[in-house]
Design a protein around this ligand. Sequence first.
Ligand code: FES
Ligand code: FE
Length: 461
Amino acid sequence: IQSNDLRTTPAKPFANYVDREAGLISREIFSNDTIYKAELERVFTKAWLFVGHESQVKNPGDFFTSRMGNESVILCRDQKGKLHVFLNTCRHRGMKVCQYDEGNTKQFVCPYHAWSYTTEGKLFGVPMYGALYEEHLDKEEWSLIEVAQLANYKGTVWATWDKDAPPLLEYLGDAKEHLDLALDGLNGVPGDTEVFAGVQKWIIPANWKVGAENFLGDTYHNPSHRSVDEIGIGPSAQSGKKGRRDDELAGAQHVWVNFPAGHGAHSAIQPSMLPYAEAYQDNPEVERYFRQCYEERQERMGDRSRLLPFVGTIFPNMGFNGRQPRSITVFHPHGPMHTEIWKWYLIDKQAPKEVRDILRHFFMRYQGPAGMTESDDIENWQMATEASAGPIARRYPYNYQQSLGQAGPHEMLAGNVSTQISEENPRTFYTRWTDYMDEKPWDHLMGNHDPVFVELNRSKA
Ligand code: FES
Ligand code: FE
């Protein structure tokens, strides 16, 4: 496994940094500046990236400033109601044409020399145009730079800079079923969720892949959260530590599932359609809502309702959490050893005020920069990064041998499935990462040549 310092020379093949069969991954890919810059070029300008949620830009002129890789972009709904994603840079000298996190506007006016752009991205106003530019500047040619493709999946808005990328639905593949568990209403109505309580943003000193990998289903790190579990700060803080989170999982089969394009999830399957397990005894309104949703979902989805969510990652950097508190977490690259985490919370569109209140408090104490769970994770990621970046440490690969050879087909689920805690999800994720870094064609990036999935398809046929 490659371990030399490549801070000045990025060398292909990147496949040398990831030995999937042996379960070894070089520490170099989590700290090397040259590799980081290559990732921005080769991963983040190609892959579909989550940009924001349509509920953040409901009305014409609404915008939300987001990121794709390390670049600022504007998600905006134009005056006719169509969604766009623009690079947030003026075509004159590059100033950000939008300096706000979100808002509503008729035009983006550049503060530097005041060129202005419509919400459709067209260059509209150029000061002293007649006197200084008339003959030379064709406004039609100097629109804001727009992504090559944009797609809306159940309210989540995604974009890619690559016109040759496969359509989003194809890119998500069978990982959709797990992502749906976060995006659908608790009662099973498709995509019946909206963003709630603002976006939390904070910068942590660790590589972006560390967070993306954790959301693939690193269930093995539960010891990190033991203190949180023991004091009982779950969805219903008043009712104590146990409750529905555990009861509805009685006898469940946990699954760690990965997909050819690099996505992965940890979900669980109930042995049969279990009755609702009480969890909010202190709050009858809330209890009624969750019970009703649970029962409606069973009615709507039938046997498929046995599939229950935990977490997942859509390659490269979008994590989702389908259990309360449902959320989307994006790990924006911010340097080889820094990540800007953005967290969106999701809630049923129809959730009543009591439910919103209880979940908002749960979000605050459980997740985010001040939440008790996430601060456990970030302490680990920060110190692991510190202890991995030195010249001696970098010679030694990380161990990814957990449950090697255990994954395979599953009777109920698509994908490569392990029924025991497994590092197969990251093994697939990093294998796909090497394909992007080695600039393979889309067919490879979708994992169509991956021996694991070729074999899986053969065994299913
Ligand atoms: Fe925007 Fe000059 S940089 S108008
Ligand atoms: Fe954690």
